[in-house]
Design a protein around this ligand. Structure first.
Ligand SMILES: [Zn+2]
Length: 321
């Protein structure tokens, strides 16, 4: 008999339990489902809503928690439906309501800090502590347009990085990014602790659709099947992700209005203008120039762009045809 314990919740072999786990030292409660397989095996942690306006990931977590039963599992799932709950309930886009911090820059957090630090600390000490593998569900933020792609851990033990890449290759998206970071993001931190981890980007602009959620759920099922945790064979996929190599993340130097010239998924040559920031009279404040041939992974999709905030992210165009 196996028991999986997360905060004040626990489930035993063959049980599925849903409820709330308290953020340590706070009165914030996070919605969680633990599914303990009929057969014992590895534990996979799945989280949605690290960024609370990334609705496809949140709805995917909610539905996968409802649909998978213990009889289908050799091992366990711990599903955190929504990590930034107060942000969600105040519709802050990505930031924690109480302190304005981006959760995915605060891992591993601490017991002493502000709300974001405490959420990260709880996720590390209660959720990641139990995990053999980790899948983090994101989208473009409420103001970001992106094409679906997947990140895998890069700064980790070679075996962990290799396993992370194999998990990412199960995801039905065109592009893959191996992360050069070992901290900050929830999955980067987990990877540095020896947990093979991926981050899936699917959906954007504060929207969600049944079709995207269906694709998101199939991504999770295929990763779980590959890991031997979920019964059945990996299903046919439209895409087999190609590594885009180096990724350039460009932040805006000015606050103003953003006029993109490309769409997410477009390819371009070094030197092309990807968009411009203008003032409220139409005067150009800056042009965003491609520093290499590339593929646009995401960019700001709202009129408003903010100084120091994201503007574009693009990878090396290794898939040029
Ligand atoms: Zn995100």
């Amino acid at each position: 008999m196996q028991t999986v314990k997360v905060g004040n919740m626990s489930a035993r072999t063959g049980e599925k339990v849903s409820g709330y786990v308290q953020v340590k030292g706070m009165d914030i409660e996070l919605p969680v489902t633990i599914i303990c397989g009929d057969k014992e095996g590895k534990t996979v942690f799945i989280s949605g809503g690290v960024h609370n306006a990334e609705y496809v990931g949140i709805q995917t977590a909610i539905e996968i928690a409802s649909e998978i039963s213990p009889s289908q599992l050799t091992g366990n799932l711990i599903i955190l439906h929504l990590m930034n709950r107060t942000g969600f309930e105040h519709r802050t886009m990505s930031l924690v309501y109480e302190d304005g911090k981006n959760l995915n820059r605060e891992f591993p957090g601490s017991e002493q800090g502000t709300v974001a630090d405490k959420i990260c600390h709880t996720v590390v000490t209660e959720f990641q502590r139990n995990a053999d593998y980790y899948i983090d569900l994101h989208c473009g933020d409420g103001y970001e347009e992106l094409i679906p792609y997947v990140y895998c851990v890069g700064v980790a033990d070679p075996e962990v990085a290799h396993k992370s890449r194999e998990m990412a290759e199960m995801v039905n998206v065109a592009y893959l990014v191996q992360s050069p970071c070992g901290s900050g993001g929830a999955y980067n931190y987990a990877g540095s602790c020896g947990i093979p981890s991926i981050l899936i980007e699917r959906g954007c602009m504060g929207r969600w659709s049944k079709e995207e959620v269906k694709l998101g759920k199939e991504d999770i099922r295929n990763v779980l099947r590959y890991l031997g945790v979920l019964e059945g064979d990996v299903s046919e996929r439209t895409y087999h992700p190609v590594d885009v190599g180096i990724v350039i993340y460009k932040n805006a130097a000015h606050t103003g209005c953003w006029y993109p010239t490309k769409r997410a998924g477009d390819t371009f040559k070094k030197g092309e203008i990807l968009g411009q920031v203008k003032d409220y009279f139409g005067n150009v404040l800056e042009s965003c120039i491609a520093e290499m041939d590339g593929i646009l992974l995401y960019h700001v999709g709202s009129l408003c762009v903010i100084k120091g905030g994201s503007m574009v992210a693009y990878g090396e165009n290794v898939n040029q045809q």
